[in-house]
Design a protein around this ligand. Structure first.
Ligand code: COA
Length: 299
């Protein structure tokens, strides 16, 4: 990639490398996002991306823009961590970064979670709204686990085979794309809880360090009762701990989370490009649904 000038801004557009991570963390802190270096590193390890670096002479080698493209096989990709330094906004840099990462995605259908800042840009690029993400977080208030559900921690040693045998397939039903690479990474950094019915694993939840505390997600379950039982398992394990759950309005979990100390603090607009076609009315319902995202970046 090479030096560019957009609206009199001079910057280099470069492939996003691990050496850019500290600059990216500074940029996300400026935008008041909670991501730690480790959170950026996890996203980058699953992605390709671009950074805009202020051209030497103007402002050293400061990272002034970022964007990642996370491919899930050939089925889908998410565009995420799109940030422009606040002193350089409104001059075309955001669009430039989007052009670069969208090109990296090739022909994959794209997904993203838009902030209010990003919405106009994404609409201009052909993304269409498909849902609303709600972010809940706070000190967890433990709740008794429903006795009617069988939720237990996954044995860490058995996790890789469990992921290969069933968790990736459950997630694929819910998400609509193969996220094996994500699950291989999560196996290294997350704890998993499993929901069993009639002896079979029918849902799961993951918990990992993120931002100010820990995040519960993905949560994949056959119904809301199963999802609540999985989340309740981790709430009970972390009384008073700062926990975060990113869910969607259509799961109906928001009020239940708020009652358990995880207040609604924000969210975003789920968008896709191209807009998905409505499913034929005779399409069978999927056996599971995503009740919490891995993160707003990763879907
Ligand atoms: C979102 C963000 C990356 C945009 O970067 P930017 O450099 O300001 O964007 P651009 O200058 O390239 O503007 C892109 C387009 O959006 C339009 N746009 C930007 N803000 C707009 C607004 N409030 N209303 C209408 N249009 C707007 C611009 O006119 C431009 O359109 P054009 O290319 O047809 O002229 C930047 O605001 C940002 O970093 N925000 C904080 C982090 C964030 O929320 N990121 C989005 C994550 S989903």
């Amino acid at each position: 990639m090479s030096t560019h000038s957009v609206d009199s801004l001079a910057f280099d557009c470069l492939a996003f490398e691990p050496t850019h991570l500290p600059g990216a963390v500074a940029l996300s802190q400026q935008a008041q996002w909670p991501h730690r270096l480790e959170d950026w590193a996890l996203a980058l390890s699953l992605s390709q991306g671009v950074v805009a670096v202020a051209a030497p002479g103007s402002d050293g080698a400061r990272v002034v823009g970022t964007a990642l493209m996370t491919p899930y096989g050939e089925d889908a990709a998410t565009i995420n961590m799109v940030i422009v330094d606040e002193s350089m906004r409104g001059r075309g840099l955001g669009r430039r970064l989007m052009d670069e990462v969208m090109a990296l995605a090739g022909s994959r259908p794209l997904r993203l979670i838009a902030t209010r800042d990003g919405l106009p840009l994404y609409e201009k690029l052909g993304f269409r709204e498909v849902g609303t993400v709600v972010q809940h977080q706070g000190p967890a208030e433990p709740v008794p686990q429903p006795v009617t559900e069988d939720v237990a921690p996954a044995d860490a040693a058995a996790l890789p085979s469990l992921i290969a045998a069933s968790l990736t397939a459950l997630d694929r039903h819910a998400f609509g794309a193969d996220r094996s690479a994500l699950f291989t990474r999560l196996a290294e950094v997350a704890r998993f809880a499993l929901l069993r019915r009639n002896g079979a694993v029918v849902g799961f939840a993951a918990l990992r360090d993120f931002g100010r505390g820990k995040v519960i997600g993905p949560v994949v379950a056959p119904d809301a009762d199963g999802a609540k039982a999985l989340i309740a398992f981790f709430l009970a394990a972390h009384p008073g701990g700062f926990l975060r759950v990113d869910t969607t309005v259509d799961t109906g979990l928001g009020p239940w989370l708020a009652e358990r100390g995880l207040r609604h603090v924000g969210g975003g607009i789920a968008m896709r490009r191209p807009a998905p076609q409505p499913a034929p009315t005779d399409t069978p319902a999927t056996p599971v649904m995503t009740y919490a995202l891995a993160s707003q970046a990763l879907g």
